[in-house]
Design a protein around this ligand. Structure first.
Ligand code: ATP
Length: 200
């Protein structure tokens, strides 16, 4: 199975690009979606996390609907490094297992693994190629602010916490320049699709 890892900074256009590949019949495994789904209400993992935080911190980390209260969880792990380590070492293997299961089940000629933190979390080791969606920082700020109700400072803080653009580009096998029009983007996706099909 040929796996193409796709990543890029906030607002670079990963979702837009994966939607274009999906229109061409390519399956997309999304690490962010998996990270949310594995702690849906009723999952064994959510139960394990709830129990851990009740026993060790006397905290209820569920909201009124039984969903993981992410804001509360973030507050707790902000001031408890060991809680953060425990959470990461519990979540990461579960996310990885689900990613690998979904990749193995994919039926399209090749499959995309989409993750904003693909490189930061070492997921590129499951990929034959890494595709980076790239735009300059001014466009990241403008497009994210246009999409979400956030300030320039909030977007800048997220950009600052992600891998620097230059470093990300150094790790890329293929690059999509998404600073142009949607039509120019579609052209690049079609060209890469032909290239990836040839690999498969
Ligand atoms: P995040 O990491 O924040 O989830 P993302 O990388 O998935 O972001 P998108 O949501 O695909 O990025 O794109 C960010 C915004 O920019 C969206 O509102 C999208 O419609 C818009 N956009 C994407 N590509 C273009 C383009 N070529 N021209 C204009 N707007 C674009």
């Amino acid at each position: 199975m040929i796996v193409i890892g796709i990543t890029g900074g906030i607002g670079s256009g990963k979702t837009t690009v994966t939607n274009l590949f999906a229109e061409l019949g390519i399956e997309v495994v999304d690490a962010d979606v998996i990270a949310r789904e594995i702690v849906n209400p009723g999952t064994p993992l959510l139960e394990k996390i709830t129990k851990h935080f009740a026993e060790h911190y006397h905290e209820d980390i569920l909201d009124g609907q039984g969903n993981l209260n992410r804001a509360r969880l973030r507050e707790i792990i902000f001031s408890h490094a060991e809680a953060k380590n425990w959470l990461n070492s519990t979540m990461h293997p579960a996310i990885r297992d689900d990613i690998l299961r979904q990749l193995a089940a994919a039926q399209s000629p090749y499959v995309l693994l989409s993750a904003p933190l693909l490189l930061e979390n070492g997921l590129e080791k499951y990929c034959q190629r890494v595709l980076v969606v790239d735009i300059p920082e001014e466009l990241q700020l403008a497009r994210t602010q246009q999409r979400d109700d956030v300030t320039q400072e909030q977007v800048a803080a997220i950009i600052g916490a992600q891998m620097p653009r230059k470093q990300r580009l150094q790790k890329a096998d293929d690059v999509i320049d998404n600073s142009g029009s949607p039509a120019a983007l579609k052209d690049q996706v079609q060209r890469l699709h032909a290239q990836y099909r040839a690999l498969a």
